[in-house]
Each structure stands twice: as C-alpha cells, then as structure tokens.
Ligand binder design. Structure first.
Ligand SMILES: O=C(O)c1ccc[n+]([C@@H]2O[C@H](COP(=O)([O-])O)[C@@H](O)[C@H]2O)c1
Ligand SMILES: Cc1cc2nc[nH]c2cc1C
Length: 372
C-alpha cells in the first residue's frame, strides 16, 4: 500500500469500545483501578481495535530496521560505523540481546536493511530494501531526499503488512544504526520545539566533550535545514503537519527527510502500517519515539495504536513521549535499542488484555461488590 492509501485508512480509537472496556473493567473481580496503568493499556487497545475485549496481541513480531548515518563523520558516536553491519550479522546469527529477549517473550525477529553503508549477503530473516548506502550528513543539509524518505516509509509499511498477513497480532519496533541518536535528537527538536541541549543524550556512551559537540551538531543540523527549534511560532503550525505544537516550517515528510535516518523513516511507516491494520505497535526507545513523532505528524490517530514499551535513558525520549501523550510501561534505564525495551513490555501488554478475556465478573463469580 502507498503512504497515501495507509494515511487514508488510519482511524482513531473508538470511544464506544473504550467506554465498554472501562465498564467491563469495573465489573471484574478486583478493586476498581487496582491494575493501575494496565487497565488503561487494555482500554486503549480496545479503542484501537474497535472491539471489547480487544484481540490478544500475540503472536508478536519484532522488525529491526538498520541503516547508517552521514552525521557519523562529525564524531558524535564512539563506535565505528561498521558496527551497524556487524550487528546485523549478529541479529541474523541469533546472537544479540534482541534475539535473547525475543526468544524469552516468543516474538519473531525480522531484520530490514534500509540503508546500511555496505552490501549485505542475502540471508534468512533479512529483508533487503536499501534506499542508499547511509544518509548524507544532516548537519550540512538534508539527510535524504523526500523521495527517499517516502521510499523508506513505504518499506516500513510493507514490512508491517507482510508481518500482519503472516499472522502477527502485535508489532514491535527495533532499530540498529551507529549515530542514530543524533538524528533522533534533531527530529525531537523539530517536532516538539525543545532545545538541543535538553534532548541530546549520550547515546551508546560518550564523554562530556563529545556530548557538547553532539549538541552543537544537532543545532547546526536544524539551522542548515532551516528548521526552527525552541520557541514555537504559531505560523509554523500551518507548515503542512497535523501535529499540534510542531515548530518547523516544512511538512512532516520534509522534516523527516532533512533530519531522519532511513530507519527512522521506515519505523514511521511501520507504525502507520500497524495502525492501518489495527494491530498494536509497541514502541521501543528514542529512535522509535522520534519516528513516532513523524508518524503522528502525518496521521495523528496513529498514536492511538501505539503503546510506549519503555522509557529510554536518552532524555529526548521522555520529551517525545510527553509530546505524544504516551506513558512508558518499563523504566529500567535501558539504552540499547534493537527493540529490547519493546520486547520486555510485550508480556505486560498481553497480561493487560488477557484480564479482559479471562477474569470473572463480580456477578459470574459470586463475589460481593463494595458498598457504594
Ligand atoms: O533505543 C534507545 O533509546 C537507544 C539509546 C542509545 C543508543 N541506542 C542504540 O545505539 C546506537 C546509536 O547510538 P549512538 O551513540 O551511536 O548514536 C543505535 O544502534 C541504537 O540502537 C539506542
Ligand atoms: C555493540 C552495539 C550493539 C548495539 N545494538 C544497538 N545499538 C548498538 C550499538 C553497539 C555499539
């Protein structure tokens, strides 16, 4: 499906299904509200599916979108670029943390090359959809063309579609790309209006001097691409994005092309594809959070189909989640990416939904309700 077709299909959460889910929760054999945030997860999934109870979100499928970044040349990551390629081989061999976590929670793993800066031999579990051998340096101008951004977004859509047609009932976002936390920070500045110093973190682990350089690189990227950050300007809200509070003058696709990586664009498409198919998407860390801002700017209702799997240690992730209005389920100071935080959240999301299917009501179990 094309991006335009997918955007036309995404529907907001059904208020009726959400009300029914809240009502059902109140009849279950537990004090009202006692499952805390999990109750809201079940209600959101009912809304997204337009069904109460919502379907069980399993089996789950993780897609790890891998790509390289021209901005790596600015010294923003301590790791050499070839680690992207090497980690793709590790995912395919089953040796990464994402593989261990996926095995633990029973999720499948698919790896998608959307822009690794080297040729990859064909392998089981690898989808080769390389848009280019890495992006251009976003601190000097657009990271990619709008046509390339659309190509990557449509790759993410088609991966979501094929996983769903293969039986997946929950999608989990994953990423791999040395230097991609710089692109994530730049996207978060553009879509939320936050300052670079607030949202730029230490990625895989950098010292103070590298961190200061990374903040300066993010500022240069915004300037080089004519994107405002900081004080929101009302006139920019008319710049082609549907997202409230956006502070850039370009359309969402232009911003994504200017500052994103191919994996960010593909993850945005993956989210849109899941939302169009009414299959919940569990978001991983800061890369997914920044991609979700782009998806939300293209189709605000897509957020209704997302669950924030976890809160990454990257400060920009919290800024992105706040902007999206999403509350993360797991908060363990993870900063690995690959989909690891999303995978850990999957059993919680399943448990929240299983309650709606299996827990007895006060009536059916003969348990006395509290006095009004
Ligand atoms: O998911 C996150 O929040 C996250 C936070 C820090 C680092 N990462 C991962 O680390 C890589 C990018 O880090 P860096 O320092 O090279 O920008 C990339 O492969 C990401 O998957 C991921
Ligand atoms: C080893 C390594 C594994 C990763 N997984 C995701 N990002 C990563 C970055 C590095 C450096």
């Amino acid at each position: 499906m094309t991006l335009q077709d997918v955007l036309a299909r995404i529907a907001p959460a059904s208020a009726a299904a959400m009300a029914e889910a809240r009502d059902h929760q109140s009849r279950l054999t537990k004090p009202p509200g006692s499952l805390g945030v999990l109750e809201e997860v079940a209600v959101r999934l009912a809304g997204a599916a337009s069904a109460c109870p919502p379907p069980m979100p399993e089996p789950a499928a993780l897609a790890i979108f891998a790509a390289d970044h021209g901005v790596h040349a600015q010294g923003v990551s301590p790791w050499p670029q070839e680690v992207t390629l090497q980690m793709v081989a590790n995912f395919l061999a089953g040796g990464a943390v994402a593989n261990a976590f996926a095995a633990q929670v029973g999720a499948s793993v698919t790896v998608v090359d959307v822009g690794v800066a080297a040729d990859l031999p064909a392998a089981d579990g690898l989808i080769s959809r390389k848009v280019a051998y890495g992006t251009a340096d976003l601190s000097a101008g657009p990271a990619m063309t709008v046509a390339q951004a659309v190509e990557a977004v449509e790759t993410g859509i088609s991966v979501a579609e094929s996983l769903v047609s293969g039986g997946a009932r929950c999608l989990i976002t994953g990423d791999m790309g040395i230097a991609n936390t710089t692109a994530s920070a730049a996207l978060i500045c553009a879509f939320t209006g936050r300052d670079a110093a607030e949202v730029t973190g230490r990625g895989t682990g950098i010292d103070d001097a590298t961190h200061a350089r990374k903040i300066a690189v993010v500022r240069r990227a915004l300037h080089a691409n004519g994107i405002h950050s900081g004080e929101p300007r009302p006139e920019d809200a008319e710049g082609g994005t549907a997202s409230s509070g956006a502070v850039h003058s370009g359309s969402a696709l232009e911003v994504l092309a200017a500052l994103g990586g191919f994996e960010h664009a593909a993850i945005a498409g993956f989210i849109l594809g899941g939302a169009a198919a009414k299959v919940p998407v569990i978001l991983d860390g800061v890369i997914a959070g920044s991609a979700a801002l782009a998806a939300a700017a293209l189709a605000p209702a897509a957020v209704d189909h997302c669950v924030a799997g976890h809160r990454s240690a990257e400060p920009g992730h919290t800024a992105a989640l706040d902007h999206l209005g999403l509350r993360p389920l797991v908060d363990l100071e993870l900063r690995l990416g690959e989909g690891t935080g999303g995978l850990l959240a999957h059993p919680m999301v399943c448990a929240a939904v299983r309650v709606m299917h299996e827990v007895a009501t006060f009536d059916s179990a003969g348990v006395t309700e509290k006095q009004p």
